[in-house]
Design a protein around this ligand. Structure first.
Ligand code: F3S
Length: 395
């Protein structure tokens, strides 16, 4: 890989040990994927935050790293969700032991100048790269959104790779950073009307078909950005999709359709319905409804608040979002509406990366195919997948 003189000095330790080690990670990645050079990045999004997933080894590694004054991010960087709501952990039932360790992880990242907003929707809270810019994001749903909806360029980074990129302000130029790798591999004709959780079910279905390829959707529906947020998360979890195009909608669709028109599938209503049914592992009613996968936007919070208006819930409800959205929701009165119905706006965490399995719930109700995919495997709990209004049980 070609390195500039400054990059060589960074590799040789002239800028300190942390930068040397970070460059070692980036150069090793570049060599594996045959990158010709490093590119400067404008944004990073770092995963590897929940104590549930990184444990004591991850905590100690981050605390050691944060002690070095050179271990500071060079560009705007945000954090993925943590394992607890950092403010409301006690009332939600999370243990003090877990929370103590979780807070140490978040503090270590904070010392390194990573913004400790702990969300998988960084693009809703100001970490918004320009079209065409190179970035290093690691949350798979955010990667799909960043590449496809914003038109930025990122691979599916691992946590250490994204942190190394944030510290050096660079990433190896391979994969989705190269324009020639951003063309679609399969056309997906959507031959039915979509609404609500259908988008997420569609993403799940197509992710299974396309794997780590790039789907090019043709649909008569005009999706909202929140629909794309959910669809991308599902594409990235049932497959390994990092980029998709939608004809006449996403920024890079022109010239992105595959040349081989035989690579085509058609999705009909029955298939969406089948996926919706298959994603539920229980026929029981959910005792906890968990929404906000990916973390909810203010529009989604408003819709849920309005649906709940005047109702009293029998099931518990967590609506997961960022602390920024929660602040706006409080000012708009949405938090109060949700709390009056018995629900809670939960920040910093989600149904998958928190130790939700320790809180005594059996069946989790979700409207996200990504959450439906991971709750059984990562939390060992049953799941019901449906539109929010169908998950509600009133007192
Ligand atoms: Fe975000 Fe958790 Fe879903 S990280 S995309 S809310 S599984």
């Amino acid at each position: 890989m070609h390195l500039t003189k400054k990059e060589e000095k960074m590799c040789q330790g002239e800028y300190g040990e942390t930068i040397r080690k970070s460059m070692e990670i980036l150069v090793a990645l570049g060599d594996i994927y045959e990158a010709e050079k490093l590119v400067n990045i404008t944004s990073a999004q770092v995963s590897g935050v929940s104590y549930k997933t990184i444990g004591d080894a991850g905590l100690e590694y981050l605390e050691d790293l944060a002690q070095d004054p050179q271990a500071r991010t060079k560009i705007p960087s945000t954090l993925n969700p943590a394992g607890v709501d950092l403010d409301q952990w006690e009332e939600l039932g999370f243990s003090p032991e877990f929370t103590k360790r979780q807070k140490r992880i978040v503090e270590a990242y904070g010392k390194m100048d990573v913004m400790t907003t702990c969300t998988c929707t960084p693009y809703l809270i100001g970490n918004v790269p320009l079209q065409g810019s190179h970035i290093a994001w690691s949350e798979s749903s955010a990667v799909a959104y960043g590449n496809s909806v914003l038109g930025a360029k990122t691979n599916r980074e691992g946590g250490p790779g994204a942190l190394a990129a944030a510290i050096c302000g660079k990433t190896p130029a391979y994969g989705y950073h190269l324009q020639e790798n951003r063309k679609a591999s399969m056309v997906v004709e959507v031959d039915c009307e979509l609404k609500g959780a259908d988008y997420s079910a569609l993403g799940y279905l197509v992710g299974q078909e396309v794997g780590d390829g790039i789907p090019y959707f043709k649909m008569s529906n005009r999706p909202l950005v929140d629909n794309l947020k959910g669809m991308g998360a599902a594409l990235a979890s049932s497959g390994a999709v990092a980029l998709y195009h939608i004809e006449n909608i996403t920024p890079e669709y022109q010239n992105a359709a595959p040349e081989d028109t035989n690579d085509k599938i058609t999705v009909v209503r029955e298939e969406i319905q089948e996926v919706r049914e298959k994603l539920s592992t229980s026929s029981k009613k959910a005792d906890l409804i968990c929404l906000g996968c990916p973390h909810a936007s203010l529009d989604e919070i408003r819709d849920i608040a309005e649906t709940l208006h005047g109702k009293k819930l029998k099931n518990k409800l967590w609506l997961c979002t960022s602390i920024n959205m929660k602040a706006a929701a409080e000012r708009m009165g949405y938090t109060k509406m949700i709390e009056q119905a018995g629900g809670k706006l939960v920040c910093d965490t989600c149904m998958v990366v928190s130790p939700i399995e320790e809180l005594g719930f059996e069946v989790i109700g979700v409207d996200s195919a990504k959450a439906a995919n991971y709750v059984p495997s990562m939390c060992g709990l049953e799941v019901v997948f449906d539109d929010f209004k169908n998950l509600i049980v009133e007192k």
